[in-house]
Design a protein around this ligand. Sequence first.
Ligand SMILES: C[S@@+](CC[C@H](N)C(=O)[O-])C[C@H]1O[C@@H](n2cnc3c(N)ncnc32)[C@H](O)[C@@H]1O
Length: 204
Amino acid sequence: MDEAYWNQRYLEAGFAYGEEANEFLKETLADISTGSILFPADGEGRNGVYAATLGWQVSSCDLSLEGKKKALKLAAKKNVELEYQVGDLKDLTYPEESFDAIALIFAHFSGDIKSDYHDLLKKYLKKGGYLIFEAFSKNHLAYNSVNPKVGGPKDLATLTSLEEVKDDFKDFKIIKLEEMEVELNEGNYHIGKGMVVRFIGIKK
Ligand SMILES: C[S@@+](CC[C@H](N)C(=O)[O-])C[C@H]1O[C@@H](n2cnc3c(N)ncnc32)[C@H](O)[C@@H]1O
């Protein structure tokens, strides 16, 4: 999916994945002290804005300018600030080892670039920093074919697995790594049962 696809989605009325933050992110941030956090592929900003309301210093980025516009509106509504860059993650730069946490929430990259993008992000994380990750697993295809309203990528290579996450983040201390069925109720595009991989890791 390219920039035009995401801009078109975010030009629709309302918030594609809702204004509320992702449940797994909320649960995870409840247990971590605030600091600086990066949200790659933050779209309309529901997750970055939520973290900012908790007192995190938030940097977000996404391919979509329309996503950024919505995110800044949501931030204004919640009286928080968001630093938000627009572009492909690989073309954006952040200082190395500068974030206390990085949260990848449904930040699906295609199979040929996924591991390279994860490598890039690892560089931006401080030692001792948290990587928070939730994405649809390869086993999600069966859910999507029964209920397209749950959304998610439709090609296996873009979807993830426990093995892939373990391999991409093998240099991390694993706090949580699981594949599980979830009931999503996120805006218009994540509705119903799905299968996700959830990971919390600490950079060694
Ligand atoms: C399913 S949406 C999830 C948005 C947000 N993380 C959320 O949970 O509400 C996926 C997002 O990934 C972004 N994206 C995909 N590839 C990207 C890339 N290479 N660089 C930056 N953003 C990207 C898209 O623009 C889109 O906003």
